[in-house]
Design a protein around this ligand. Sequence first.
Ligand code: NDP
Length: 419
Amino acid sequence: MARVLIIGCGGVANVAIRKCCMRSDIFSEIMIASRTKSKCDALAADLKGNTNTVITTAEVNADDKDALVALIRAYEPDLVMNIALPYQDLTIMDACLECKVDYMDTANYEPENTDDPEWRKVYEKRCREKGFSAYFDYSWQWAYDDRFKAAGLTGLLGSGFDPGVTQVFCAYAKKHLFDRIDTIDILDCNGGDHGYPFATNFNPEINLREVSAPGSYIENGKWVEVPAMSIKRVYDFDGVGTKDMYLLHHEEIESIAENFPEVKRIRFFMTFGQSYLTHMKCLENVGMLSTTPVMYEGREIVPIQFLKALLPDPASLGPRTKGKTNIGCIFTGVKDGKQTSAYIYNICDHEECYREVKSQAISYTTGVPAMIGASMILTGKWKKPGVFTPEQFDPDPFMEDLNAYGLPWKVVRDPVLVD
Ligand code: NDP
């Protein structure tokens, strides 16, 4: 029985909240707090009568630490689930520290304004020292580890699918399938079709920033950076079929490299159709992906935010998306002195997700692990002082819950490897 404050009420939060409400034994009371309270009220009204969880709602600007502190003090939750945007990670962690409450999120910190000179100084130093130039990295949140430890609080970072489940798969492979892991390829395939010429499956600003950035991977303990979309492979995915996939930088590469230093190479690939890539390149070339404000008819606008207003809301894709996702990790390494390989993955069907929680599979595959991560902290299975990523905990109870709550997984031996 716990009381949980959930911040954000977008695509992912909608799934996480619906899933929490299916487990009222753990999530007995929740407060949904977000920037636009009407969205929280609409979801609460939709759930009324269908759950034993007691739901309240509030309006909060999660960029404002003092407002968060006031809300947390008033509600007194056991845990804060941050399912807003990565921009709010640090203010919410600060508020949790001040109020002595456990914290979790689904994506690591990145700044809203990448032209901020204070942030740029730290960023440019990191680019030089570490060798990858993505706008997001774990350093900002890992810097809270000492303070969370001293306060006896748990901070769980990135409990979505990727990051999130992919790291739990790594911990499972290390615990059960390998004595030593040599390589990890994380493969994220979305075989869904929403019928629009161009739309993003989650927050467009975050999504487009991620995929238009240079790709990078870890080889022999060092980052190797390559131009965006310059490494392409073709893979035949179970449940989906053959797709083009491209090497991207992705946040869990950084934490897996830190926690499994013996792994020689860690890469991340995501599938994209040619139409998506052509649209993205064109938007980038005309400046629509820029986060730098421009003046338009006497008003300041941020191009990528204007683009977000034009694109379909990811939440609206649910009823139109058909097809499946297949996300997982291919491992090579050694077990009992023999070279071996394994592929752990989940297949998720967009239409089945919509029938269950009125959402497409991208929000579903993120929202379910957010609920499971929260339940791991609340039930004490993943509760220890400090700031952690999912591969630092025992994978077994999380893997059991994936099977129980909608994301069943398979282990395939000797899979086709990615060259
Ligand atoms: P959405 O844009 O659909 O939802 C974001 C929500 O946060 C909205 O309800 C929004 O409010 C709210 N919000 C934004 N800014 C503030 C603020 N300052 N104060 C309070 N609330 C705010 O995003 P998604 O649901 O698609 O994504 C949610 C998170 O999940 C993101 O961090 C994303 O990066 C992450 N993610 C992680 C994945 C993974 O596998 N790990 C995969 C996909 C996403 P409003 O309604 O007013 O806009």
